[in-house]
Design a binder for this molecule. Structure first.
Ligand SMILES: *[C@@H]1O[C@H](CO)[C@@H](O)[C@H](O)[C@H]1NC(C)=O
Ligand SMILES: *[C@@H]1O[C@H](CO)[C@@H](O)[C@H](O)[C@H]1NC(C)=O
Ligand SMILES: *[C@@H]1O[C@H](CO)[C@@H](O)[C@H](O)[C@H]1NC(C)=O
Ligand SMILES: *[C@@H]1O[C@H](CO)[C@@H](O)[C@H](O)[C@H]1NC(C)=O
Length: 372
């Protein structure tokens, strides 16, 4: 009896300790945030980052006082999306091009590398290298596919679960140029996300994850067919971000060399560009360990498009239209729990707040409501 009582006491004590340490963890984090950016339509003094899973989902709604102005503006926006106006003066004045030569940073070209050259990786230790081979070089374009290209209104499609049930597909189909992230599936979600794709990023690790490293004839056929569907779109392959891509990159290169002439997709292979991209966002007080692919696509689109609309940019686990729970990606299997794994390296809420500010300034349009 005494034993049970003392065990029970111990449990209660540890639970209390756990709660206390959680509380102090949250408040410590809050106090030590580096240089909080100015924020909010009426110059709200500071913003928080959200560090723990439950916080990120609840804080936006209930805990963060800075979210209140944002939240009411957002509610108005959701009720009447036609209120948004593009400010082309402000958009043409963004200084992205002062930090990044986008057509040039967009891809390595045959003239910009030599066979035998050792490439490094943006996010890996400098000790890791990739030796440029003849095959790799032969897959590079002669000139950047976006050099002197200009499109009227572009859409960048993020992969957030907010697109699930949005019925935005038909609207997305109408854009002049549609950029997508990470080879996200469209066919079976076309009602919500559309099919039109003029460019998509392709992290080499996708081969490992979804195409079994092209180890069987079936895997190779599947991959070939997916590429065939892209038609003349640009496949943007960041092979020099992580050293862990090196091995799959070789598999990918062999595959493209083997199927040369059978595919129309245009390959683009960016080199080590993230320092330039980061420099730009640093001027906006955004400097996470890693920027998201979505904000990177916005960055690239800014040099080719007169106007940019964003869909599927919403890093929270609940739908602002309905309050219902959301999956993390629109293509996640039903019942997949919302994940906050990205918090190890990304700062998606901070990115979102910045993008939302840019939305209110007419620099871009964030589409968060249902389309039909
Ligand atoms: C939405 O906003 C526009 C522009 O401010 C206005 O003309 C329109 O009447 C509004 N619609 C609704 C349903 O409030
Ligand atoms: C558009 O942006 C410019 C430059 O940032 C600013 O001066 C102007 O007031 C903005 N126009 C509107 C209608 O918001
Ligand atoms: C990217 O752009 C910057 C700034 O314009 C330039 O200095 C750099 O050489 C470019 N890097 C690559 C890999 O294209
Ligand atoms: C964009 O892609 C669609 C097909 O997905 C194609 O019909 C259209 O011509 C492309 N537009 C540009 C500017 O490449």
């Amino acid at each position: 009896m005494v034993r049970i009582a003392s065990a029970l006491g111990l449990i209660i004590f540890s639970v209390a300790l756990l709660i206390l340490s959680l509380i102090s963890y949250v408040s410590i984090k809050k106090d030590f945030l580096p240089g909080p950016p100015r924020y909010g339509p009426n110059g709200g003094p500071r913003m928080y980052m959200f560090h723990t899973g439950f916080r990120s989902q609840l804080a936006m709604k209930y805990l963060d006082p800075d979210f209140i102005p944002l939240s009411s503006a957002l509610t108005e926006d959701l009720q009447n999306a036609s209120k948004w106006r593009h400010n082309s003066t402000a958009f043409t004045q963004t200084e992205i091009s002062q930090h990044i030569d986008i057509p040039r940073n967009f891809t390595l070209t045959r003239d910009s590398v030599k066979v035998g050259q050792l490439m490094h990786f943006d996010y890996s230790s400098h000790k890791y290298v990739y030796s440029i081979g003849e095959n790799f070089r032969s897959l590079l374009p002669e000139v950047s596919p976006v050099l002197n290209k200009r499109y009227n209104v572009c859409a960048v499609i993020g992969n957030s679960g907010i697109l699930t049930g949005s019925r935005c597909g038909a609207q997305i189909e109408k854009y002049d140029f549609v950029l997508r992230c990470n080879f996200a599936p469209t066919e079976i979600f076309k009602k919500d996300v559309g099919r039109r794709t003029n460019m998509t990023t392709f992290n080499p690790s996708i081969l490992e994850k979804y195409y079994n490293n092209l180890l069987t004839v079936q895997d190779r056929n599947n991959f070939f067919l997916s590429l065939k569907k892209l038609d003349r779109a640009i496949l943007w392959i960041p092979a020099f971000f992580f050293h862990t891509s090196a091995t799959v990159t070789r598999t990918l290169v062999d595959f493209f060399v083997e199927h040369r002439g059978q595919l129309k997709v245009q390959l683009a292979w960016p080199g080590n560009i993230m320092q330039y991209v980061n420099n730009y966002w640093k001027t906006k007080q955004l400097s996470p360990k890693r920027l998201s692919t979505g904000i990177l696509m916005y960055t690239l689109a800014s040099s080719m498009c007169d106007q940019i609309h964003l869909y599927g940019f919403w890093p929270f686990g609940w739908d602002p239209n309905t309050g219902k729970e959301l999956p993390y990606h629109y293509y996640d299997k039903k019942g997949t729990k919302f994940t906050t794994k990205w918090q190890e390296s990304h700062q998606l809420p901070a990115e979102f707040k910045l993008l939302y500010k840019m939305h209110t300034e007419g620099l871009l349009k964030l589409s968060l409501s249902h389309c039909a």
